[in-house]
Design a protein around this ligand. Sequence first.
Ligand SMILES: Cc1cc2nc3c(=O)[nH]c(=O)nc-3n(C[C@H](O)[C@H](O)[C@H](O)COP(=O)(O)O)c2cc1C
Length: 401
Amino acid sequence: MANAWFETVAEAQRRAKRRLPKGVYGALVAGSERGLTVEDNTAAFGELGFAPHTAGLANERHTGVTVMGRPMSMPVMISPTGVQAVHPDGEVAVARAAAARGVSMGLSSFASKSIEEVVAANPQTFFQVYWVGTREEMLARMERARRAGAVGIIATLDWSFAYGRDWGSPFIPERIDLEAVRRYAPQVALRPRWLWDFAKTRQLPDLTVPNMVATPGEPAPTFFGAYGMWMNSPMPTWEDVAWLRAQWDGPFMLKGVMRVDDARRAVDAGVTAISVSNHGGNNLDGTPASIRALPAVAEAVGDQIEVLLDGGIRRGSDVAKALALGAKAVMIGRAYLWGLAANGQAGVENVLDLLRDGLGSAMVGLGRPSVGELSRDDLVVPPGFEQRLGGTTVARASEES
Ligand SMILES: Cc1cc2nc3c(=O)[nH]c(=O)nc-3n(C[C@H](O)[C@H](O)[C@H](O)COP(=O)(O)O)c2cc1C
């Protein structure tokens, strides 16, 4: 058998593309509309340079960090992704890989595996919620996550139901029925290994979302059924955010904050952490890369809450750049999905190893033995790189006083 190990995330992506049916692969790469944001998320990391030292370097790599009260072997955690059908073991394989590498797992509300199975695979699991349904329904889902042993909540609010992608949205069936098989057939015929993986488990990809019901095993809605409920739910206010946060006794992250004023409101709502994020370029296209917005947000609230970043992390040096610009840790999305598609649990472990090693190399070159020492001085930041979103007036007023 060919060596399944891959040397970069880019190679994992190539293998994922070869292995997955076109529609499934399309659902992973896709960003909304023109794809400006998804493109900028990765391009922006390429604009940042390093300022390495020559001698006197320490060959030590202390990458350990505690995020939302949980120790991790490195400042990288799994961002929740509601993607089905990449691999039969899905989020359980991802959770196992994360546990094997000592990092926390984020599980999407729209995931294909139950919170109970995922916590069993990785006790350091954070459950992600969207604002779907009534307050009672939301509480019931969070209560189920609590009973299952989830260690924290990630509330994701950056979603505006935009649709339309210039390169064409993938066809995602409501359920795997005859019509779906007919429409998928030509794609699947070209990807026999993917089908074989599912065939070995004697099941077809399951497009239900088991964590959207209050009790394990209760009949769950399909992805589209849940999406419809979400579209018809009222948009949450900042009071709702504070209310939701108060319902969870433990760490609580607000994911999808890009603006300084919103970061301050998140602090007022009592959150433990935020992730500076634009939903991997899947929300409002034209939003800048999250790494551009990070420095201003970290400067504004980084001494009050933990500031994480997600969007565009593809290598360990990207992790170093995000930390140098003020993030405590990063979360990854597509990078692990490609690893999962390429080689299941081992592929996700492979991706985490690459990130850890790449981060280590950057630390050695920069002469920083521990991750907490990375600083802006380690980077070459081109003029105009940073973007301060929101809160300009507030900042001026406080600067004057
Ligand atoms: C296919 C896909 C599905 C996603 N589903 C969710 C989700 O269900 N919940 C959520 O909070 N974020 C979701 N995200 C966003 C990720 O958590 C994360 O913010 C994003 O992927 C980070 O960017 P990256 O893919 O460049 O690492 C999804 C992203 C992708 C690519």
